[in-house]
Structure formats: structure tokens, C-alpha cells
Design a protein around this ligand. Structure first.
Ligand code: C5P
Length: 232
């Protein structure tokens, strides 16, 4: 099996209330992006690694990752899905249709090597692919936008939280994302949602719940705590 790695890092991090995009905020004295990329690259062998960046990114050249010869960059797009499509297009002619692509958000620096290995090993024989995920532990309420009244409660037994990495075949993922971006604008928030809309049934692989996504500034302190405890 051949495995490629795509790490979208072209966001501007609007929810971080910061002039610096979140991938360049400091986590344990390094750029968040450097923590995530070095963990992914150290965990297993990759055919190649592509990082889509914002066209006006001014920080990348100051990162440790910029000096890592295993990493290639390309220009990202307006939405996450556009950035992932750009990275896959960047691999055109090199990645085969049957090759696996793992897509991992740069904003999830705590991804553990054991989860990466489990995802790759469990899904490699699969016909579709899938994602790291965890059953929800909270009760989830349905509330219409603009309202503060609950209209319903989802059946928790059927709900999982979707993490990354998400792993699909190059030849399936690229057309699914391109069709999804064109026909379901706004609804493609991860690779699996595009695959689902294309008629596939991605598999969930139970992942560690400390694989958190950095969304608000407070999450950085939590990630630092998690990383220190994982190393201990
Ligand atoms: O903002 P959010 O956390 O949802 O972004 C998820 C991931 O997608 C981040 O790694 C971010 O850098 C990336 N992204 C991107 N291109 C965009 C928007 C987000 O690569 N246009």
C-alpha cells in the first residue's frame, strides 16, 4: 500500500480572535503547524506530504517544516474542501487511483501515533476507507438557527464525532470532493461528508478523544497539557 499525507493549513482561523492564523500560534514553544507535521511525519512512512497554504501566507518560511525536504506546499483555496482539492491536484500524475490519502487538519496537533497506525492498518484492506471518530458522550439538542428553543433531541446511540485523519483512495476522493464542492457548497466539512454524498459508506475507527481540534485560544493550553501527558 502507498500512503500520501495532506495537511490543510490554509485557513485564517477566524474564531481565534488573533491576527496570526491559528496554525502559527505557539504550542509548547513551537508553531502549532510544526508540532502537527513533525508528529505525523515521525509516526510512519509516507509516499509524500502536501501542505496547502494561504496564498498570502507570510509565516511558513519561518517554520521548522519549511526546512523539511519531505514536505511540499501548494496554494490552498477559499474553503477547506478547496484546499484539499488543490493538494490532491498537486499530486496528479504521481498518486495512483488506488493509493491511500490521509487528510489531517493542522489544527489537531495531539493526534497519537498509535491512532495513525490503527487507522492505516484497519482501513488498508477496506474497500472504501474511513476516519477516526468517537461516540458522542453528551446529549445533542436540535436548535434552529436564531432560536433558543429546543426542537428535538438526536438519538445519541447513532452519533459519532468525526476527527482526522480521514483516509480514502485517491481515485475516489478527488472526484467526490470536486462534485461535493460544486453541488453541495458549505456542506462538505470533511472528506467523509463528500464520500457519503457520492454514495460511499465510510468506516469509523474509534480514536482517542484527546485528538482535540484547536478552535479557540483556550484550546492551546489544553493541547499543551495533553502533549505533556502523552510524553510522560
Ligand atoms: O477553521 P477550521 O478549524 O474549521 O479549519 C480546519 C482546517 O482546514 C485547518 O487545518 C485549516 O487551516 C484548514 N483550512 C484550509 N483552507 C481553508 C480553510 C481552512 O486549509 N480555506
Amino acid at each position: 500500500h502507498r500512503f500520501w499525507l495532506v495537511v490543510p493549513a490554509a485557513g485564517i482561523g477566524q474564531r481565534m480572535q488573533s491576527a496570526v492564523p491559528k496554525q502559527y500560534l505557539t504550542l509548547a514553544d513551537r508553531f502549532l503547524l510544526d508540532v502537527t507535521l513533525s508528529r505525523l511525519l515521525a509516526a510512519c512512512a509516507w509516499e509524500g506530504c502536501v501542505v496547502p497554504l494561504h496564498p498570502e501566507d507570510r509565516w511558513w518560511r519561518h517554520s521548522e517544516s519549511a526546512a523539511d525536504g519531505r514536505i511540499e506546499t501548494c496554494a490552498g483555496g477559499a474553503e477547506r474542501v478547496d484546499s484539499v482539492i488543490a493538494a490532491l491536484r498537486h499530486l496528479e500524475g504521481r498518486a495512483g487511483d488506488q493509493d491511500w490519502v490521509l487528510v489531517h487538519d493542522v489544527a489537531r496537533p495531539c493526534v497519537h501515533r498509535s491512532d495513525l497506525h490503527r487507522l492505516r492498518n484497519e482501513l488498508a484492506p477496506d474497500s472504501v476507507g474511513g476516519l477516526l471518530a468517537a461516540p458522542v458522550s453528551d446529549t445533542v439538542k436540535q436548535v434552529a438557527p436564531g432560536s433558543d428553543r429546543v426542537s428535538g433531541t438526536a438519538d445519541r446511540r447513532q452519533l459519532w464525532r468525526a476527527f482526522t485523519p480521514q483516509m480514502f483512495r485517491y481515485g475516489d476522493l478527488l472526484p467526490a470532493l470536486e462534485t461535493g464542492a460544486r453541488e453541495h457548497a458549505g456542506a462538505i466539512t470533511d472528506e467523509a461528508s463528500a464520500m457519503e454524498l457520492a454514495g460511499w459508506r465510510p468506516r469509523v475507527v474509534a480514536g482517542r478523544t484527546d485528538n482535540i481540534k484547536i478552535t479557540v485560544p483556550e484550546d492551546l493550553a489544553l493541547a499543551e497539557f495533553i502533549l505533556a501527558r502523552q510524553d510522560a
